[in-house]
Design a protein around this ligand. Structure first.
Ligand code: FAD
Length: 289
């Protein structure tokens, strides 16, 4: 199918993008890698009259370190995330998850900002960046503001970003001390979205879990942060009984819909199992095993 007719804009600066967004309002959409937006346009679920391409703005790309924080430009591709030495060293959760997104063609073009801004609960980066304690930096006509990942997703395809704003970067604290992380994703085949997936980032203080963040993919209207599961592990010497308790909290937090990937009961059980595996793997990594 062909998309509806649109005008194409290729600005060279963020200021130009914001001015075009102010001019065209809800009739405009920004284009990143195009791997979610263009299929939506071809199916006529999205019919923007103006497409504003972000690909010429170099400031939106790249991965750098700012003290204890890793700064990832919104237009950085999944392929660049996988190849990043900075992320491998300071936030290995992101490259591990990016390797599980779609296929090489999609990862070559698809961006982390696009994956998040699309607001699709099936996308991986929302839960992954939530577990990584990320903050999203947005820029609009009134200037810049930061929204924590746990507060960004308001519903399916619905986020806290205004129509006249863009995401410029994602800021992630560098993992410190004895920390470990894992993204465990059940999918029917390579290239598919998750049936259920769990992202875990934890830190140990001796034998005890001093901090932990747990988030789930594709088992609700948005990515789900499971505070009750985190509370079950925080401050504890984590054993199998506590891991089971955390997995139960993850299942309680799920609200999946039935589709070709499975029914509600199956997806809920799989969210629990992915949580169990991600916690075990994170613990082993934090212990250097
Ligand atoms: C076959 C296939 C399989 C896939 N499997 C997976 C998967 O397993 N896991 C997964 O996570 N994803 C998957 N995807 C989606 C893919 O990762 C997309 O690339 C991603 O969802 C969107 O990123 P993009 O850069 O392509 O954004 P685009 O498609 O260009 O844009 C998506 C939306 O975000 C908005 N947007 C983009 N960038 C910005 C920005 N900087 N500021 C404000 N708004 C912005 C656009 O206006 C649009 O509304 C798959 C896609 C395909 C085609």
């Amino acid at each position: 199918m062909y998309p509806a007719k649109f005008d194409f804009h290729a600005p060279n600066s963020i200021e130009e993008v914001l001015s075009l967004l102010s001019e065209y309002g809800d009739d405009a959409k920004v284009l990143a890698g195009g791997h979610s937006l263009l299929p939506m346009m071809k199916m006529r679920f999205a019919t923007p009259q103006h497409l504003i391409d972000l690909n010429r703005i170099d400031r939106l790309r790249g991965i750098s370190q700012d003290g204890d924080t890793i700064v990832i430009g919104a237009m950085t591709t999944e392929k660049q995330i996988i190849a990043s030495d900075v992320l491998a060293m300071h936030c290995p959760l992101l490259p591990e998850a990016a390797k599980q997104i779609a296929d090489p063609q999609v990862r070559n073009r698809g961006t982390i900002g696009g994956d998040i801004c699309h607001g699709d609960p099936a996308n991986d980066q929302p839960a992954v960046t939530m577990a990584a304690d990320a903050t999203y930096v947005l820029q609009g006509p009134k200037g810049e503001r930061s929204v924590h990942s746990s507060e960004f997703f308001l519903g399916s395809f619905y986020t806290a970003m205004e129509a006249d704003e863009i995401m410029t970067s994602i800021r992630v604290p560098a993992a410190a001390g004895s920390s470990g992380s894992a993204y465990v994703k059940l999918k029917r085949k390579t290239g598919d979205w998750a049936t259920a997936a769990a992202a875990v980032q934890l830190t140990l203080d001796g034998d005890r879990c001093s901090s932990v963040r747990i988030a789930l993919t594709n088992v609700g209207a948005t990515a789900i942060r499971v505070a009750a599961a985190e509370d079950a592990l925080s401050g504890q010497v984590v054993d199998e009984a506590l891991i089971d308790a955390a997995a139960q909290h993850a299942m309680d937090a799920c609200d999946p819909t039935e589709d070709l990937r499975g029914d509600v009961e199956y997806k809920t059980k799989m969210a629990g199992e992915m949580t169990r595996r991600a916690i075990r793997q994170s613990l082993a990594r934090a212990r250097g095993q």
